[in-house]
Design a protein around this ligand. Sequence first.
Ligand code: NAD
Length: 433
Amino acid sequence: MTTFPVDDPPATAPTDLAGVRSGPLADARAQLAKAAQILELDEGMHQMLATSRREINVTIPLRRDDGTVELFSGYRVQHNVSRGPGKGGLRYSKHVDLDEIRALAMLMTWKCAIVELPYGGAKGGVTIDPRAYSATELERVTRRYTSEIMPMIGPERDIPAPDLGTDERTMAWVMDTYSVNKGYTIPAVVTGKPLEIGGSLGRPTATSAGVVHTLAAAIAERGLHVKDVSVAIQGFGKVGAHAAAILAEQGARVVGVSDEFGGLFRADGLDVPALFEHVERTGSVVDFPGADAISNEELLALEVDVLVPAAVEGVLDEQTASKVRATWVVEGANGPTTGAGDAILAERGVVVVPDILANAGGVVVSYFEWVQANQAYWWTLAEIEEKLAERMHKGYADVADLARRENISLRDAALCIGVRRVAEAHEIRGLYP
Ligand code: NAD
């Protein structure tokens, strides 16, 4: 491995790896450190990969519908662009901060490399609770945020997509703002757009379909099919709800679901299509008839075959991980398991299919959407589903093979594959003085 020494970092170098002691960034860096150790990366390369390539921090003033003005912080981070343009979601949440966005951007770098997409990793966010603002207010925030990060994004630079708290409507505003400023329509600047303006068939359910492909591949190692297993899912948003629907369609028993307001349990399986209607009507899974109310903590501890955390990060920590009774945890969310939680799950023999593999279906179909937009030629749903299945099963097989060969966890194997591919790209490209 070529050495890239970092001889004299400035005192404020963002590579001060000891500076972040807990939270998603510390966890992401600890995961990288483990992979770096297994791969025997030199310290200069390790530090480069632990550090964002570009970061932008913007202030977004919003004139509210009542005439008052409020300010929000927004971020866009490109963790690494050595394999291609940055790719990663845009998150609206009151918990967003720069370290969270840095961590998520880093995970995107490894994820894109694992499923062999020609992208680097990026992420964006605005510290806002989207539920507390009207659609017109969110449109103004999105357009101002987009204008502020314009120099950093673009179809060949960095391509946002939906994430927690954003959706295809948000992407339409980003695309429109970018296109109007450039003077012509540029659909490939975002993915996860509505179909009418260049979105891809299959994108809204892609992450969930990918979760189900990796879940199926993992349980198949023990001779099981989706129809044989019971599942609990935390989060009933874009990822969790569609995962529940696909699993139920394929015959799994979805016995527990939850959202930020609470959870549900029904031993012989929930009626998922009826639950969709209930959520459409009420905005939450809570109070769905015919099921017992449970807390999010209880959901994580349900006696099920598979647990799918598909909400927010850090939910499987020291306390909750020791109560997990599932045989498999398939990480629909990004970073749902803390470092300490991961160690406890490993000790207890729970198989964790890691986020950077399990939820990669979204970015895979985002890639298909970007390819289609660049070619102005759209594929059929059958083509997309087939190509997605192929990539997810190949991704799982690569990771599982390495895990078996080296006797390491699926997470460590996935990280090693992702990190190695990115490190190789750096090596081949060389270091620009
Ligand atoms: P979403 O906003 O559509 O849904 C989030 C769901 O989680 C909602 O049901 C919400 O009520 C619930 N939730 C929020 N806070 C919670 C809490 N503290 N406890 C329990 N439930 C809570 O978001 P999404 O797009 O479904 O994303 C969910 C996760 O999946 C995130 O970690 C995201 O980064 C990740 N992810 C999303 C995609 C995608 O394509 N949307 C792709 C890859 C990864």
